[in-house]
Ligand binder design. Structure first.
Ligand code: AMP
Ligand code: MG
Length: 422
């Protein structure tokens, strides 16, 4: 039996980052970037208006209010072809390019129709319409009620992202903002580290899939299958669910051979010492090299880790809390390493909220706990009703594990304890 730290080290030293691949941006969420991404152009790529309003030259607003002739309208996606002269302005929408001869935008809220509009000679009106013109409500003279300073309400070319700048570095995780920035740069495909193909197999004669009837009183629903698949989905990993294998060598072997085609293979149940715990034996008969079997943790002692070629194999004990914990502390770090991510597993310090007793154990204990930030420190409330590795319901009121080292039987309130949060 090895220590947890040794087991984790064993997993990580045998886990190699997967190769890179070109991926459509639409499928990239959750992947890790395998290239530095530079911008080929400035963003914004032109000087644009930050507001709906009137583009003008700030120094033309010597006296306020002032009436300006509206010589055109620029809708988003359009542009004003001419140059705006003294006494003129252009109606402009947010995101539209600023016309030549203008340097600022007065928000539409600080303007009104000029009462003098109707006196404007007819020839101006028709000229304005030719360039899509018209002031507020379609008038040709607009009254500017507030001064603006030069550059006000204008986004400068390149102010968000400069041309040739490295915008995203190799190793970045693609989240929604990364997707948006890559789309802004016009990238339809990006180079990322491959995401592992992960298979999940549940073993046990007693297991029945949800949606089916429990035919014997000794049957139970398979909860590890849905839990493991959900844990993988939450990491944006597509999984291949192989269903349930009975505790019979032949059928188990067939399913195991299927699972061994993936990058990472998780088997739940059948790794302990019972008469029907066939997983270690059958794995070996399929050519799997067992790196370790049994880790000095509670729950989760029967954990098995092996390899065949590049495939990583995890056999986790079937009691649901053991399965959950094993995923969190051994399997998740391996998946993160495979896909080029930083390992997120962090052991932090917290303060125990009450006295804590337990039977003296020879293994490192992981106990479900509610962990909360209070007065600038993590306060740890072990779930009082937790009664062992089958008690997955205790995790409903937990958001982490408190770690108690081997040999400790009593901890006083306010003691410092190690914690893992999820
Ligand atoms: P095992 O690891 O196969 O010895 O199983 C230990 C305990 O976990 C037994 O009570 C099993 O019934 C239970 N168990 C095993 N697999 C699952 C599963 N997929 N879902 C829920 N409970 C399970
Ligand atoms: Mg079993």
């Amino acid at each position: 039996m090895i220590k947890f730290e040794e087991a984790l080290r064993g997993v990580l030293t045998n886990t190699k980052r997967l190769r890179t691949t070109s991926l459509s941006l639409k499928k990239a969420i959750g992947s890790v970037l395998a290239e530095d991404v530079k911008s080929k152009f400035d963003i914004p790529s032109f000087r644009k208006s930050a507001m709906d309003g009137y583009a003008l030259c700030a120094k033309n607003l010597k006296s306020i209010p002032v009436d300006l002739r509206v010589v055109g309208t620029v809708p988003a996606g359009g542009f004003y072809p001419g140059k705006v002269k003294k006494g003129e302005c252009v109606k402009i929408m947010t995101g539209s390019p600023l016309p030549k001869g203008t340097d600022s935008v007065v928000m539409v809220e600080f303007t009104k129709n000029s009462p003098l509009s109707s006196f404007l000679p007819h020839r101006f009106a028709s000229r304005n319409e030719a360039v899509g013109g018209g002031g507020r409500w379609g008038c040709n003279l607009v009254r500017i009620l507030r001064r603006v300073s030069k550059g006000e309400n204008v986004c400068l070319k390149g102010e968000d992202i400069k041309k040739k700048k490295v915008v995203l570095k190799k190793g970045a995780i693609i989240r929604a903002p990364e997707v948006a920035v890559l789309a802004m740069l016009g990238r339809a495909r990006i180079r990322v580290y491959k995401r592992p193909k992960v298979s999940v197999l549940c073993t046990g004669d007693e297991l029945v899939e949800i949606g089916h009837r429990l035919l014997k009183f000794s049957h139970i629903y398979n909860s590890n299958g849905p839990m493991l698949c959900s844990l993988l989905s939450s990491m944006d990993i597509e999984n291949q669910y192989l269903g349930i294998a009975k505790d019979k060598a032949k059928g188990l072997k067939k399913k195991i051979k299927e699972g061994l085609k993936s990058d990472l293979f998780i088997l739940s149940g059948g790794v302990s010492m019972g008469d029907y715990d066939l997983v270690p034996r059958v794995l070996r008969s399929c050519g799997v090299k067992v790196i370790f079997h049994k880790v000095s943790i509670k729950p989760g002692k029967p954990n098995l880790f092996g390899m065949k070629g590049e495939t990583l194999i995890f056999g986790v004990p079937g009691n649901p809390v053991s399965t959950y914990l094993s995923f969190l502390i051994l399997i998740k770090p391996a998946i993160e390493k495979l896909m080029g991510r930083e390992i997120s597993l962090k052991i932090e310090k917290g303060i125990l909220n009450r006295d804590f007793h337990q039977k003296l154990g020879k293994r490192k204990h992981f106990l479900p706990a509610w962990i909360e930030m209070k007065n600038n420190r993590w306060e740890v409330f072990p779930v009082p009703t937790y009664h062992g590795s089958a008690d997955i319901a205790s995790l409903l009121s937990a958001n982490g594990f408190m770690i108690v080292d081997a040999g400790i039987s009593f901890l006083k309130q306010n003691s410092q304890v190690n914690i893992i949060q999820w």
